[in-house]
Design a protein around this ligand. Sequence first.
Ligand SMILES: CCCCCC/C=C/C(=O)SCCNC(=O)CCNC(=O)[C@H](O)C(C)(C)COP(=O)(O)OP(=O)(O)OC[C@H]1O[C@@H](n2cnc3c(N)ncnc32)[C@H](O)[C@@H]1OP(=O)(O)O
Length: 318
Amino acid sequence: MRCISRPQKDLVMFPDQRCWTSSERPSGEAARQNYVDFVSSLTPSLESSSQAGPGAGRSLPESEHVVMTSEDSITTIMLNRPAKKNAITIQMYQDIILALKAAGKDNSAITVFTGSGDYYSSGNDLTNFVSFASGDLEKISEESANTLRNVVDTFIDFPKPLVAAVNGPAVGISVTLLGLFDTVYASDRATLHTPFTSLGQTPEGCSSYTFPKIMGPAKAAEMLIFGKKITAREACAQGLVTEVFPDRTFQREVWTRLREYAKNSPNAMRIGKQLLRSSEKEKLHAVNAEECRVGRERWLSEECAAAVQSFLSRKARL
Ligand SMILES: CCCCCC/C=C/C(=O)SCCNC(=O)CCNC(=O)[C@H](O)C(C)(C)COP(=O)(O)OP(=O)(O)OC[C@H]1O[C@@H](n2cnc3c(N)ncnc32)[C@H](O)[C@@H]1OP(=O)(O)O
């Protein structure tokens, strides 16, 4: 067992899981080296990230609908397509991957994901599926599954504290991914909806694993299999949302809190996250691979094609 305590006169803690008495204590330099080795073993990328100067090594994606900003040691990735309720296009998935990779390496302490306008996100842009009807089905579905797998893998591997600021209703993949965030703050105006089965689709974003773990299998089934829409407060009671704020004060309260959190040691937060999450990573990657394999089959189904067609032709009927 590792000893973790305040400094004591005769007992010092070292990272190889034993406690020394003062007589056998390693020299100061050896102790320091032990500590550095321990920290490095936990976080291989720590060295490079702590050496990065402001903005160093950062490649901001030039994206129309995914906006990345940094301030007060917080990098924010904002879905910015409010006229379409922040529905996520193929290009946006690619931009999200680039933005997360850049945020993972920049010198910010915390990364925040949010939406602009009245929605957090309406999930996958259903016109992404239109190309299925017009091209090489096998190829397009394979590319889409690869895109989905890459974006979810990037969330699984994200090395820093990742916070979702759910500013409004969330649908589909924008909900399922919440299970991979470290903290989820939501406006009391937000609802969470995963209407997969009415679209002939199946859960993704590792939700088939994270949701039952977070909220229990029965509540997860209501959401993921029956498509029950829940409020932010219900999601909070079930553990998917960390805290709910009145919509009127949501931005002020969340950002005040995050600015305080961002003053903590970035390296300690990064290592803490790794301790909390690393034992699950392999499992999450396997779940992601399987969800994408199954999802790809569903996208090719007639049920899915009909549901997407029905949404897209809605206007014509109005
Ligand atoms: C690479 C492939 C990866 C696949 C990943 C698998 C992911 C799956 C999912 O995420 S499933 C969930 C998909 N999302 C939905 O089913 C939501 C569809 N949208 C709606 O139901 C509604 O638009 C709404 C409830 C979100 C909002 O309704 P309302 O307030 O009445 O607004 P409008 O419907 O008028 O929407 C305004 C404008 O936005 C367009 N839009 C909204 N959401 C989407 C969307 N998901 N895909 C495409 N377009 C969307 C809507 O058509 C309107 O456009 P218009 O003004 O008419 O041009």
